[in-house]
Design a protein around this ligand. Structure first.
Ligand code: COA
Length: 327
């Protein structure tokens, strides 16, 4: 009576942008980016790529791997929908792939994937749906200011997807923990473009349609909430760090990941990181990291996996799973 993963897929933005390349247009250096973030390169979407095209590419791979064509619900976790309000990006992915069933977006910024897992699990467990296509996709390069060195170098574009199914067996989902602190919502913030402040000439002039970030404060809060939420989910499951085979956190900065992993007591070989090659792909970062680690044979059926996300809101969440998908 639970949720089981049937297929995985990933798709990254087509354009490789190295630290050397991004440093040509900004007051920064490849060395600064590498030492402060661990990022060596990122992928940006090509001109015609959007959140939905990357999401559909990742989803097509997950569906092909699962060898299924029909799903009851497509969920797209994203903070960068193709269109500001409608239609949903999930609807566009559904159209691109010729799928039927329901479609909806879920915006919890960089925590999107873990929230998506919790929502999908709940809907499957309640038998409201039998099969969910969960997509995490973001084209962050349209949200970061090309002139702002403090955010532009950190983010990248991509998508990851999973086909999740109800099974008459215990399933993979063990426990979850979700949280949000609205008093920290100003730390990661896009002031203009929503109903509170539509974009006009003034917003374009002061560039408030782009992401504003208090980097140092986000860093401190991120390490704290990752440690807290991971401890909380382990406590709910009655397990400890030594029971976990792989820690797969949101990929924002290698220093956030290593500080949090160290405080939790994870040895480096149990921590999956790929931020060096992709930067922060927001809702796509965990499914891309998971899919890579599963493709290269590190993550295997029988492994216990701890996923942890954090981002704007300030939101966070973690999910503990007992992995069952064979390669
Ligand atoms: N190149 C050179 N200098 C840069 C820079 C860049 N790309 N970006 C920022 N700086 C400068 C700042 O202007 C600031 O200068 P100042 O001290 O003269 O004001 C200084 O570097 C920042 O220093 P500090 O805050 O000590 O750097 P840091 O070691 O904390 O690294 C971040 C900065 C942004 C990389 C780091 O704080 C971080 O990763 N924060 C979390 C961001 C994040 O993950 N956001 C998404 C969450 S989902």
């Amino acid at each position: 009576m639970g949720m089981s993963t049937r297929g995985l897929g990933r798709a990254e933005g087509a354009v490789l942008v190295t630290n050397e390349e991004i440093s040509r247009d900004l007051d920064t250096t490849p060395e600064w980016i590498k030492t402060r973030t661990g990022i060596l390169s990122r992928r940006f979407a090509a001109e015609k790529e959007t959140t939905s095209t990357m999401g559909a590419a990742a989803a097509a791979r997950a569906l092909a791997h699962a060898a299924v064509r029909d799903v009851d619900l497509t969920i797209c976790c994203t903070m960068t929908p193709d269109y500001q309000s409608m239609p949903s990006t999930a609807a566009l992915i559904q159209g691109e792939l010729g799928l039927s069933g329901g479609a909806m977006d879920l915006n919890v910024a960089c925590s999107g994937w873990v929230y998506g897992l919790v929502v999908a699990n709940g809907l499957l467990q309640s038998r409201a749906v039998k099969r969910v296509l969960l997509v995490g996709a973001d084209k962050t390069s349209c949200l970061t200011d090309p002139r702002d060195r403090s955010t532009r170098v950190l983010f990248g574009d991509g998508a990851g997807a999973a086909v999740l199914e109800y099974v008459e067996a215990p399933g993979e989902f063990v426990a979850s923990d979700l949280g949000n602190d609205p008093s920290l919502s100003h730390l990661l913030f896009v002031p203009a473009g929503g109903s509170a402040c539509p974009i006009g000439p003034e917003e374009l002039a002061n560039r408030s349609n782009y992401l504003q970030m208090a980097g140092r404060e986000v860093f401190r809060a991120a390490v704290r909430v990752v440690v807290e939420t991971c401890k909380a989910v382990l406590a709910k499951a009655g397990l400890s760090v030594s029971d976990v085979d792989f820690f797969i956190p949101h990929q924002a900065n290698v220093r956030i990941v290593s500080y949090a992993a160290e405080k939790l007591g994870f040895p480096p070989e149990k921590v999956i990181t790929n931020v060096d090659r992709y930067g922060n792909t927001s809702a796509a970062s965990i499914p891309i990291a998971l899919t890579e680690a599963w493709e290269d044979g590190r993550v295997k059926a029988g492994d216990r996996l701890l996923f942890c996300g954090f981002g704007a809101g300030m939101s966070w969440g973690s999910v503990l799973m007992e992995w069952s998908l064979e390669k």
